[in-house]
Design a protein around this ligand. Sequence first.
Ligand SMILES: [Zn+2]
Ligand SMILES: [Zn+2]
Length: 715
Amino acid sequence: MRAQTTSSRFRALLNLKATSMSVNINNNVLLLQPFSFEDTIQYLKNAADTKNLIFGKIIHAHLITSSQLNEQSNNVVLMNSLINFYSKCGEIRVAQNLFDEMPQRNIVSWSSLMMGFLQTGGGFQVLKLFRNMGLVDGIRPNEYILSTALSACKGMLFEGQQCHCLGLKSGLVFYQYVKNALVRMYSMCSDLGGAMGVLYSIPGSDIVTYNSIISGLLDHGYMNEALGVLNRIVAEYKAWDEVTYINIFALCARIKDANMGMQVHNHLLKNSGEFGFYVTSSLMDMYGKCGKISYARKVFDSLNTRNVGSWTTIMAAYLQNDCFEETLSLFLDMELEDVEPNDYTFAVVLNASASLSALGYGTSLHAYTEKLGFKGHVIVGNALINMYSKAGFVGHANKVFTEMINRDIISWNSIISAYCHHGLGNEALSLFNDMLAAKIKPNNITFVGVLSACGHLGQVQEGFYYLQQLMNQMGIEPGLEHYTCIVGLLSKAGLLLEAENFIRFTLVNWDVVAWRTLLNACHVHKNYDLGKQIANIVLQMYPDDVGTYTLLSNMHAKAKRWDGVANIRKLMRERNIKKEPGLSWTEIRNNTCVFVSDDKSHPELKQIHEKVKDLLNKITLLGYVPDIATVFHDVEAEQKEEYLSFHSEKLAIAYALLKTPPDAPIRVIKNLRMCSDCHSAIKLISKVTNRLIIVRDVNRFHSFRDGNCSCQDYW
Ligand SMILES: [Zn+2]
Ligand SMILES: [Zn+2]
C-alpha cells in the first residue's frame, strides 16, 4: 500500500517533466514495479531534455534492479535512450561506456553518442565515430549523421571538405538539412567562398540557408556579398523568420545604412504580427549604430514589456551616440521600474560615467556591482578599469585589474592603455610582459598601447622592434594606428625629419592625426619652420581645425613674427573660424562645476579670482614668469597677463582648492589643449599647495605633483 502511494506520487512527479527534485525519493523507488517500456523511454527523454541527471540515474538504477535491461528485444532502444540522456547531461564518459558495452548498435546509437561529443566540444571524437561507424558496424550515414559530422568540423576545413565529398557521392547533399549544415561548416571554417559555392551550386535554399550565409558573411566582414545575398532573399522569400531580421538589421548597422534599416523595419511591421525581444533589440541597436537615436527611442517606448535586455540595449544606443547623461538617466528610470541590472547594464553605465569622468557616480556604481554580486564578471571589471582610468585614477584601475578573478584580452588592453594615457610607459610595458608570461596572445590593440608606451619612454629602437619583428612574429598586421604611434615615438624623441620621412614613405592611407602629432612636436621642440609647413598640410586636409591655427599662431608669436600672427588672425576671420571657448570642469562632492575663462556669472567669482592671484603670487616667488607669447589676443602685455591668469583650468583648480580638504587630489577636465603657461603654473601650484592635481586635456592626462608633470612637459 505504502509502495503504491509512493508510486503514484513518483509518477505524478515524472509527469511534471521531472523539473524539480524537491520531493525526497528514498529507497522505495527501487521497490516499484517495472514501468511500461513507453513510459521508461518518455521518462528518460524528459530527464534528458531537462538535464535532470539525478532523475535519469534513478530511472537507470531502476532499470538495472528490475532486470529490464536484460530483455534482449528492447535493449537497443533503451540503451540509445540512456546514451542520449547521459550525453545531454554532459556525462559523456558514462555514455561512451554504455555504447562500448552494447553487443548490438544501430544508427541511433552512433548518432546519440556523436551528439553528446558535439555538445561537449569533442569535434574530433565526433569525426572519429563518424569514420568508425561504417568500419565497425557497417552502417551508412544518413542526412542527420552527416549534418552532425559537418557541425563538428569547426576550424577543420579539410575534414569538412571530405564530408562534403561523401555527401556528394551519397547524394545526401540534396537534403536541405545537409545543405544548410554545409553552409554553416564553410562559414565556421572561414571559407566564405566555399559557403557561397554550396549556396549557388546545390539547388533548393530555404530561409535557414540564407540566414546561415548572411551571418557567416557578416562575421567575416563581407558586406557587399551580404548585400548581394540580401537582394536574393528579398526577391525569393516573403516569409522571413526572426533570425533573418536580426541578421539584416545587423548588416544595416554595420554599413550604417539607416534608410535600408527603415525599409526592413517597414517590412517587419507589414509581414510579422508579433516579434520577440531579440528582434526589437537588434532593431534598436541598428538605429543606435546608424546614429538615429530618436528612432531607437521610439521603438523602445513602443514596447509593451521591457526586460533588462531591452533597457540595456537602449542605454547602449545612447552611449554609442555620446549621450552620456541620457544613458545614466535611463539607468535611473530602469531602477524606478524595479528592473534589476545585469553585468552588461553595468558595463554600459560605467562606460557612460567614464566618458563624463563622473568619478562620484562611477564609485557608487562600483559599490552597487559588488552588492549585486558582479565582482567576478569580466565585462564589469573591464568597464571599471576604463572608468577609473578616465577619471584619472590609474591606481584604482590597477586595483580592479589585480583583483579580477577572470581576465580577457580586453582587461589586459584596458590596463595597458590606462597606464599609457597617464604617461606611465614603464608600468605599461611591464604589464605587457606579464601578459606574455601569462600566455595571453596580444592583439592589434595591445600593440597600440605598447608602441605608445615606447613613445612615452623615448625608446625608439624598441618601438621599431615591436613594430617590425614582434608583431610580425605574432601574425599581426600593423595598421594606421600603429604607424601613427611610430610618428608619435619619433616626434617625441625630437627626430622630426625622420618622423616626416616616415609619413611620406610609409604606404598607408594617412589621416590628419599623424600630421597633427608631428605639428605638435614641432611646436614643443621649437622647430617652427618645419612646423609651419606641417601646419599647412594639416589645414589643407582639415581647414576648420582651430587647434592648428592656435599652434601656428603660437609658433609665429614665439619666433616673434608678429606679421605671421596677424596673417593667421586674418585667415581665420576670412574662413569664419572661431576659437572654441576654453572650458574646464571639476567635480566637487558629486556636483560638476564648469568654468569658462571670461565668464563673469559665477556667484563666487570674486573669491576664485582672489585665490588665483594668491596662488600666482606664491609661485612667482618660485620663479614663475607668465608666458605671454602664447596669448592669442591683440592686446597690451599687461592685459595678456590678465587673460592668462584666468584661463578656465586655473579657475577650476582655485575653486577646487577652496572647496576640498587639504589632502584631497584635484581633478580637472579641459576641452582644449592646455597652454604652456597654465602647464608651468600648475606644476608650481602642485608644489606650493602640496596637492596632486590631475588635468585631462584634449590630448592626455597630466598628473602634477611636487612641481612636476607626468607628461614630462611633452603634450
Ligand atoms: Zn592656459
Ligand atoms: Zn603635463
